[in-house]
Design a binder for this molecule. Structure first.
Ligand SMILES: Nc1nc2c(c(=O)[nH]1)N(C=O)[C@@H](CNc1ccc(C(=O)N[C@@H](CCC(=O)O)C(=O)O)cc1)CN2
Ligand SMILES: Nc1ncnc2c1ncn2[C@@H]1O[C@H](COP(=O)(O)OP(=O)(O)OP(=O)(O)O)[C@@H](O)[C@H]1O
Length: 211
């Protein structure tokens, strides 16, 4: 019997439960590594990269008037896009921030612009205190890591995947991060939903084969 035992050849055993566990353990380690490496970038470099990312996004978003654009309140060294939010609002967009209602549930998006009141949400992330709940046309999702197929590794709550899976009108979804967050693959699982594009300080990432 040992001849047909799956692990015998030294090849990975493809028990789905085991594979899920392996991926989740690997992701945990990769998250820590990625977050530590971006926090190790000099803050001036993060700032300059953030400005570049904001410039690329502004072009991709196009005419902001009438659009509802969700960004995020930056933490753990994420690119700071708050001045992009101000610029989009100036151009007539309605800007919003994501709010965690509860673990295991989709995010909701609430209107917020510079100067509006914030309160502390889950994990102490500032969230709009008064803004109405809206359905965004554009969602800007910060990445911890990204791969060549536009998959995003986040903080492990599964919030953006759950949110996109639950939407009826799918927004345009831009994953944003520094180019150093590139990973050859995040080992996408059935629940992972790819971003429409990944934007770094270098612009939109493209990994066309054979070019
Ligand atoms: N700036 C910003 N805001 C955001 C997000 C984001 O990625 N960036 N989110 C995007 O989803 C949501 C928050 N998601 C989060 C998910 C997990 C953790 C977190 O700290 N997790 C713990 C482990 C928790 C657990 O195991 O359940 C940790 O890492 O220590 C933080 C935020 C909404 N707001
Ligand atoms: N649509 C969904 N329905 C149910 N569970 C989901 C869904 N999407 C993700 N999950 C669960 O959420 C957990 C975390 O997922 P994942 O590792 O992809 O998080 P992440 O994308 O890195 O985090 P985040 O989006 O919060 O930044 C997984 O256990 C996954 O099974």
């Amino acid at each position: 019997m040992h001849e047909i035992e799956p692990g015998y050849s030294g090849l990975p055993v493809s028990d789905p439960k085991q594979q899920e566990l392996d991926v989740s353990r690997w992701r945990k380690a990769e998250r820590s590594r990625q977050i530590a490496s971006r926090l190790a970038l000099p803050s001036e470099q993060r700032r300059v990269h953030g400005k570049r990312i904001a410039g690329h996004l502004k072009k991709l978003i196009g005419d902001a008037a009438e659009q509802v654009v969700s960004a995020y309140w930056p933490f753990r060294g994420e690119p700071d896009l708050r001045s992009l939010m101000t610029a989009l609002a100036f151009d007539g967009a309605r800007t919003a921030l994501p709010v965690v209602i509860e673990r295991g549930r989709p995010l909701v998006f609430r209107l917020w612009k510079t100067g509006d009141r914030l309160e502390k949400g889950v994990w102490n992330i500032p969230v709009p205190a008064d803004g109405a709940v809206v359905v965004p046309d554009v969602v800007i999702a910060p990445v911890v890591g990204f791969d060549r197929e536009n998959y995003r590794l986040g903080y492990g709550g599964g919030f953006f995947d759950r949110t996109l899976a639950a939407t009826t009108k799918r927004p345009r979804v831009f994953g944003v991060g520094y180019s150093s967050a590139f990973m050859p693959t995040i080992y996408p699982q059935a629940h992972d939903i790819p971003m429409d594009a990944i934007i770094t300080e270098q612009g939109e990432m493209r990994f066309d084969v054979g070019v």
